[in-house]
Design a protein around this ligand. Structure first.
Ligand code: ADP
Ligand code: MG
Ligand code: MG
Length: 252
């Protein structure tokens, strides 16, 4: 199995410290959820893992199977098996969804061992059907004019096609109606295997009614302040965050 290890991670944006020592360890086969109020640094954590240039790591480490992720370029991180579904996926005009997926898959394979076109098309058809996506989505430019829900579903299509070692899904549930939420959850659950680990970042407990995480972490003010099992998410749903603030003596 693989291991993604984050140790004492400190991250600044434009000179302001947002992450203040995050520790997290995810092994393949495990689903972790991070919950937390708005503005606590959840998206900052996912951007730092993927190497967004605006997010400056000032202290700590991120390793994937012992390899220093922080030394890798963004594309090297993807090749190493990391996948990020962004809270706000970007639109890329001129590149079709299918082209994007095929080059993403091939970039993780050896030269000369590219996925055969027919196999790719079969896989794509199968997965789009599984996610109840309109087949014309494959030939549309990446995310261009996609509705919020279509973008999120498309991120799950990418996940299922690329088959990364680890995925970080940042608010994959935001803006989804209940039917779309169920489909997104179905796709993520389909990824469950001993070869795959996942970090699900969410503001709401709702998604976790459909995906049962093995571990739940609560992030506040740039740190993971509490970790537990799925029952932690249920308690947050019922009682909000105040009890944790009280327990930990955190001021607003
Ligand atoms: P969350 O995802 O938990 O809601 P974020 O990681 O998006 O939180 O934001 C954490 C803090 O960092 C917030 O105070 C936010 O205003 C700030 N921040 C996030 N992104 C940027 C950015 N690109 N430029 C400046 N400040 C940012
Ligand atoms: Mg936010
Ligand atoms: Mg966020």
């Amino acid at each position: 199995g693989s291991k993604l290890v984050i140790k004492d991670l400190h991250v600044e944006i434009e000179g302001k410290e947002i992450l203040k020592g995050v520790n997290l360890e995810i092994s393949s086969g495990e689903f972790h959820a991070i919950m937390g109020p708005n503005g606590t640094g959840k998206s900052t954590l996912s951007s730092a893992i993927m190497g967004h240039p605006k997010y400056v790591v000032t202290q700590g480490s991120i390793t994937l199977d012992g390899k220093n992720v922080l030394e890798m370029e963004v594309d090297e991180r993807a090749k190493a098996g990391l996948f990020l579904a962004m809270q706000y996926p970007s639109e890329i005009s001129g590149v079709t969804n299918a082209d994007f997926l095929r080059s993403a898959i091939n970039s993780r394979r050896e030269e000369g061992n590219e996925i055969p076109l027919m196999k790719f098309i079969r896989e794509l058809d199968k997965k789009m059907e599984f996610l109840e996506m309109d087949t014309n989505m494959a030939q549309r430019y990446l995310n261009e004019g996609f509705s919020g829900g279509e973008k999120k579903r498309n991120e799950i299509l990418q996940l299922m096609m690329i088959q990364p070692k680890f995925a970080i899904l940042d608010e994959i549930d935001s803006g989804l109606d209940i039917d779309a939420l169920k489909i997104v959850a179905k796709g993520i659950n389909e990824m469950r295997s001993s070869e795959f680990g996942c970090l699900i970042i969410t503001h709401y407990q709702r998604l976790l009614n459909y995906i049962t995480p093995d571990y739940v972490h609560i992030m506040m003010q740039g740190r993971v302040v509490k970790s537990g099992g799925p029952e932690l998410a249920s308690r947050l749903e019922a009682e909000g965050y105040d009890w944790i603030k009280k327990e930990l003596g955190i001021e607003d």
